[in-house]
Each structure stands twice: as structure tokens, then as C-alpha cells.
Write a protein that binds this ligand. Structure first.
Ligand code: C5P
Length: 233
């Protein structure tokens, strides 16, 4: 029987705008991991919903997701607040979550060979998609800090939302994501809590890197995975 490929798998969950995506990208670069922003898949489906409510049904979504390419997720249209809210609405549905599950699991456990593993971020990554991840993080921040960061991102993208509109939208999504029946956002017992409220991007990454490196050393994983980690703390 073919030996299962050993990979480093990192799972991250977080509420909106806590800085998880930024940290996940830095982790991916440092440890040569494949990165998937799972929120983008729900945003893509949310966008289909906004565009074509009449055509929108499960078969249509199934077909679209079966043809999904990573590049499809790099669409700037997916960055709007309207799409984010639509994503949160459709993400409540069990059948939608089932449709996107395999795509995410495949990215998590079977990343392209050139990578030493994978890092995924979202809302149900530590609890559902990557239960077996090597390391799990729950990244969060105070809601006002998150709203301020998102407000500034929107400003850069020339989106005309006030700080209070952004705050309201984030609070609404926090509520929807944490209270839904299927795959709600929660911190699993085995996830390491990182609060980014008072940390710069760099300070936060340093903290995360220290944790990852410690784990790799303790478990002898440095030898097992194909790393090109530049500076082991
Ligand atoms: O992470 P992002 O803000 O782009 O996610 C948009 C929405 O997609 C979230 O508010 C959430 O409702 C949904 N989502 C989810 N499960 C994931 C990732 C995102 O339900 N793994």
C-alpha cells in the first residue's frame, strides 16, 4: 500500500477581520505551505446568490464548485461587504457546507507536491475540516479593533462605508457565524488562542512562529517535513 504523505497541516479559525488571513499567508510563505482562504469559497457562492437568485439552486452550485480553480477566488468583487454578508447567509445551509467540504479537505490533506503542507483559515477549519491538523489556532481580536482594520481596508479599496456601518456588519456576521446550527464558529479545546488586538502583524507572526517551531522540534517534525523554514526561533 502506498505510504501516506506526511505533511504539516495548520488549521486556523477566527471571526471576521481578526487578521487570520494575513497570518496564514505569512505562515504559508515561511513554511512553504499551500494556503486556502476558505471564506473566499463562501463569498463566491454568496456572490452567485446576489447575481442570480433565480438560477441559484444546489445543483447549480455543485456544478460551479466541481469546476472551481484557486484563481477563481482572487476576484476583487468578492471583497465587498455585501458579498461578505451574503456569504454568511448562505454559509448557514448544511447542503452548501457539504458541497464545499471535499474541495477544502483535498486542499488540506493533499496539497500540490511542491508544498510541505497546508494552511487553511475560516470558521470551521479546526472543528470540522481539519480535525487532524498538526497545529490549530484560534485567532481573534476586540470587535472595535477588527472593525477599524476592516474600515481602513475598505477605504483603500475605495469602498464608501462608514466605521459604524462596518462595525454593525461585523457584529451581525459574528452573530450569524457563532449561532448557526451547522459548523458554528467556536474555539476548539485543542486550538491555541492568539489575540491580535494589541499586536502588530510582525509581533503576531513572531508569536505564532515560536509556537510552530516549538511544536516541530518537540515532535521531531523538522526532519519529517520538507521544510525551507528560514529562521527557526
Ligand atoms: O473569512 P471571510 O470573512 O471571508 O468569510 C466570509 C463568510 O463565509 C463568513 O462570515 C462565514 O459566514 C463564512 N465562512 C464559513 N466557513 C468558513 C469560512 C467562511 O462559514 N470556513
Amino acid at each position: 500500500m502506498k505510504k501516506k504523505r506526511e505533511i504539516l497541516s495548520i488549521a486556523i479559525d477566527s471571526p471576521a477581520a481578526a487578521g487570520a488571513g494575513t497570518q496564514a499567508k505569512l505562515i504559508a510563505k515561511e513554511y512553504n505551505l499551500f494556503y486556502l482562504d476558505t471564506g473566499k469559497i463562501y463569498r463566491l457562492i454568496g456572490n452567485y446568490y446576489l447575481k442570480s437568485k433565480k438560477k441559484f439552486n444546489y445543483d447549480y452550485i455543485k456544478k460551479k464548485i466541481s469546476k472551481l480553480k484557486i484563481d477563481d477566488l482572487n476576484n476583487r468583487k468578492l471583497l465587498s461587504d455585501k458579498v461578505a454578508v451574503a456569504a454568511s447567509e448562505i454559509a448557514k445551509k448544511y447542503r452548501i457546507r457539504q458541497i464545499v467540504k471535499n474541495f477544502q479537505k483535498n486542499c488540506a490533506y493533499n496539497p500540490p507536491n511542491k508544498y510541505a503542507g497546508s494552511v487553511l483559515d475560516g470558521r470551521d477549519i479546526t472543528s470540522v475540516i481539519m480535525k487532524e491538523a498538526t497545529i490549530k489556532f484560534y485567532i481573534t481580536a476586540n470587535v472595535n479593533v477588527r472593525a477599524k482594520r476592516r474600515f481602513l481596508e475598505y477605504k483603500k479599496l475605495k469602498k464608501k462605508l462608514t466605521y459604524h456601518e462596518v462595525l454593525k456588519s461585523i457584529k451581525n456576521r459574528d452573530f450569524l457565524d457563532k449561532s448557526r446550527k451547522y459548523s458554528p464558529l467556536k474555539k476548539t479545546k485543542d486550538s491555541i488562542l492568539i489575540n491580535t488586538s494589541k499586536l502588530s502583524k510582525k509581533a503576531c507572526f513572531f508569536k505564532i512562529k515560536k509556537i510552530i517551531d516549538k511544536n516541530l522540534k518537540i515532535n521531531g517534525n523538522l526532519q519529517r517535513f520538507k521544510f525551507r523554514s528560514k529562521s527557526t526561533v
